[in-house]
Design a protein around this ligand. Structure first.
Ligand SMILES: Cc1ncc(COP(=O)(O)O)c(C=O)c1O
Length: 405
């Protein structure tokens, strides 16, 4: 394992050589891709491109081996107990839709309950809403505390209603707060529920060991973890995956088709209809293998140091409402300039080549609860620098001065 060297780390991203003037603090939306990922995908397309599983020819067999090796690598990355527990899909949104749809036909019947929290991304709200209303399933929402954490007391009380499924994010994409997921999973399991973790932000911050965390499902998007867009992972325990009705039918996911009925294939193929994103899977595995070669603890403490510096700088700027807490924070800070629209602040930062996101961050119900139009979100990654922190603080100071002049 290599020790984490911030300069060497950043040097592995061609993006920064092509965009030297930019301070990129929109990592919660998507991360940049290290050269190893881009190279792995280019290599596949240039040398090995073929469809998988179905070709009789040698090239197809090579492509199949590379694709299935990617599954093995990703299973190892999250310590899944079996390779068929890794279902490739287009991302966290696709995975959550597959789970919500897939359980309605098997586990969830009219009158049953599903529990989510008030801090969820739309991807962990809307799929449940669509299917719960259609099948008469009740969707309960865990409220938040005054400091925007999931209210654990209310969570315990709502578990007493015996939800069949409990689904929550590992880390809030708006605030960066790390949820007490280990405790929440064990409480939900004790209440008899299936557990779903939206790990879109969680997998980025720390190593995830699905056997020790022990949820039934853990989902994530490749592009937020140094991988390509268009690929993601639906991890499930084998028994939990067997409960899912496939959302998509087509090639690959069947073992026999005739006009009266079809027989489905075994896992993982049963949930992977059609030609998969072969290069995407190979790129994502390259990202996971590369990450595993770097000291994670050092990388995390470097990011915490940047976050600490950023919070210290924010405290010197008057007129801010900071929504995020520095405690148990994965490197995301949401804030507002008092009385100003977040889009205006984000645009003033953009004009100073600081890339952040301003808006509701796919969490409209959260902002409705707060009565806010949204927030400006600064999200950090280990390739950011102390100079990025200083530049963004300076740009924010300028924006406040312009807006409040
Ligand atoms: C917590 C969380 N869940 C789900 C998603 C959806 O991810 P994707 O758009 O890659 O499917 C995101 C993306 O921002 C997210 O942050």
């Amino acid at each position: 394992m290599h020790s984490f060297d911030p300069v060497n780390f950043r040097g592995q991203f061609a993006f920064f050589q092509h965009n030297p003037g930019w301070v990129y603090l929109d990592n919660a939306a998507t991360m940049h891709k290290p050269n190893v990922v881009v190279d792995a995908m280019a290599m596949f397309y240039q040398r090995h491109n073929s469809n998988v599983h179905r070709g009789a020819h040698t090239l197809s067999q090579h492509a199949t081996r590379a694709f299935e090796q990617a599954r093995d690598d990703i299973a190892a990355f999250i310590n899944a107990s079996a390779r068929e527990q890794i279902i490739f899909c287009s991302g966290a949104t696709a995975a959550l839709n597959q789970i919500a749809f897939g359980l309605m036909h098997t586990v969830l019947k009219a009158g049953d309950r599903v529990l989510i929290t008030a801090l969820e991304h739309h991807a962990n709200i809307v799929p449940w809403q669509i299917h719960c209303s259609k099948y008469g399933v009740i969707l309960d929402i865990v409220p938040l505390t005054a400091d925007y954490k999931v209210d654990q007391q209310a969570f315990t009380e709502l578990l007493a209603l015996k939800p069949k499924v409990v689904s929550f994010s590992h880390i809030s994409n708006v605030l960066g707060h790390i949820q007490p997921v280990t405790q929440m999973v064990s409480q939900a399991k004790a209440a008899g529920a299936l557990t779903v973790i939206d790990g879109a932000q969680g997998i980025v911050h720390d190593k995830v060991d699905v056997q020790s965390l022990d949820p039934d499902f853990y989902v994530w998007s490749g592009h937020k973890l140094y991988g390509p867009t268009g690929i993601g992972v639906l991890y499930g325990k084998t028994a939990a995956l067997e409960l899912l009705t496939p959302l998509f039918g087509g090639g690959e996911m069947i073992s026999e088709v005739n006009f009266s009925h079809s027989l489905f294939n075994i896992l993982p193929f049963r949930l992977e209809a059609g030609t998969p994103d072969i290069a995407g899977a190979i790129g994502l595995a390259a990202a996971c293998n590369w990450l595993q070669s770097i000291n994670n603890e050092q990388m995390k403490s470097y990011k915490s140091m940047l976050l600490k510096q950023f919070f210290a700088g924010l405290n010197k700027i008057d007129g801010l409402d900071i929504l995020s807490s520095p405690v148990h924070n994965a490197g995301i800070v949401a804030l507002n300039v008092q009385g100003e629209h977040p889009a205006d602040v984000a645009e003033l930062l953009n004009q100073q080549t600081v890339a952040v996101r301003g808006g509701q961050h796919c969490a409209m119900p959260f902002f409705s609860l707060l009565g806010l139009a949204g927030a400006v979100r600064f999200s950090f990654a280990p390739y950011n620098t102390e100079a990025d922190v200083a530049t963004s603080l300076h740009a924010l100071t300028q924006a406040v001065e312009i807006l409040t002049a």
